[in-house]
Design a protein around this ligand. Sequence first.
Ligand SMILES: *[C@@H]1O[C@H](CO)[C@@H](O)[C@H](O)[C@H]1NC(C)=O
Ligand SMILES: CC(=O)N[C@H]1CO[C@H](CO)[C@@H](O)[C@@H]1O
Length: 449
Amino acid sequence: MPQVPHIALLGLASLLPVALAYPQNTVTNGISSAAEPKFIFGAIGDSWGSGVTWKSSNQFDDNSDSCMRYKYAWSTVVNDAYAQWTPNTSLEPGFEFKACSGSHLGDDMMNQMDQLTRPKLVIMEAGGNDANFYPMADACLFQKDHNKAYGTSYEDDSAENPTGECRKEINLVRGRLQEKNAEGNNNMQNTVEQTIHRWRDHKAVVGNEASLFLLGYARFFGPDFDEACDKWNFNVFWGSGTQHVVSAMRKEFNELVGLMNDAIRMATESFNDVNIDYIDIDPALQGHRFCEPGQSKYDQLNWSNKVYLWNSPGKWFLTVKEGDHIETYDADTDSSPSEDTFNMLIEHPEGEPRQEGDDYILAFRNPSVPDITMEWKITPQGSGNTGGSIARTLHPTQDGHNRIGQIVTQRLSQFYSRSDNPTIILPPNPPAPCPLGCTCGSSGVPLCT
Ligand SMILES: *[C@@H]1O[C@H](CO)[C@@H](O)[C@H](O)[C@H]1NC(C)=O
Ligand SMILES: CC(=O)N[C@H]1CO[C@H](CO)[C@@H](O)[C@@H]1O
């Protein structure tokens, strides 16, 4: 890469004044001399980095900057595992968590860098907002804007000249990920590279021998062969949406996440610097994405721990009545009805949703079990922290963050040559669930009818 030595020279030119300008009495080489020495490491990035808290009990901090940092985000898992990867066990961990929901590559990352003291290690996860994935997810999955006509569904639309919002948004995201600049370089990769250049030149990094790891994202959907999902949709019930989660669309979503990851990985590789590298976190969700074989609709809506991604934008309350017996469940306490009850009712909405104030309410009753009803109430727009139950959609659950944190921990222990610590073994991926319509004995070989 011809521009690398050039920029590196620029960085060198500014090294001396910047290093001298840095307050030497408080921080030297990532070791704070005020208190006991620390190994300072920062986590910066967007909402996949912040983790998206959705209630006060799982906030990492007081959320006064509305960054929605989650107490169980992958970076906290890495911090908890500090002793397993640190290059120097005599140093206390100096974890600085600055990732912020909504952030982009470039300026936002540099603003977060400004908030770090003098890190020896920075782990960054960003780029999704530069590709602008959310409008695509809304158009293809949730369709939560009551007043919007989403138009022709994915399967009835043209890939080249779409009229429906879903395919239009997919094409926009694809464009952002595949566009090339005048020199023929991929724009997204270029944006990542520019951010890395700026990171190298940042005053907290210059002269500090710091390392930078960039995380990618994880694909949302399981392997293609599950057909049950073709008949489901993730549309919110208060909208008029009927976009099913068809396999061709799932495949495209996965492909786009893959393109994002390629741009990040290739950008890091272009530096050919052992201190700048990519970590593939996609395997973290293996077996636990949406539409994995053998999952039920209940699993998709985050009422089980089979799926490691959040679904269902909105703050919800459920009431299940069985004769005189009434049970309520809500998003705040994370309580949920039994899977059997839910699955028995969910395909049987009774009439149309009604609106009460800010809420939308829909009742369900299965004609074959008429004395059980379920009422589902959703507040689409949360305020303050409740907004997180919308914003967390399509982000990892705590289980997902755990897995991502384990992957990062393992990588760091290799990077810092902690061969004394061979015990970090990622949990094995669960065996593939039995495909629908098949039976799987202890051999695990599916017998399908
Ligand atoms: C680890 O940190 C301690 C405390 O600052 C320092 O005295 C020691 O030299 C460091 N060890 C290595 C191997 O860098
Ligand atoms: C709101 C909700 O449904 N929460 C559930 C999501 O999944 C986790 C398990 O990963 C449950 O603990 C929550 O109750």
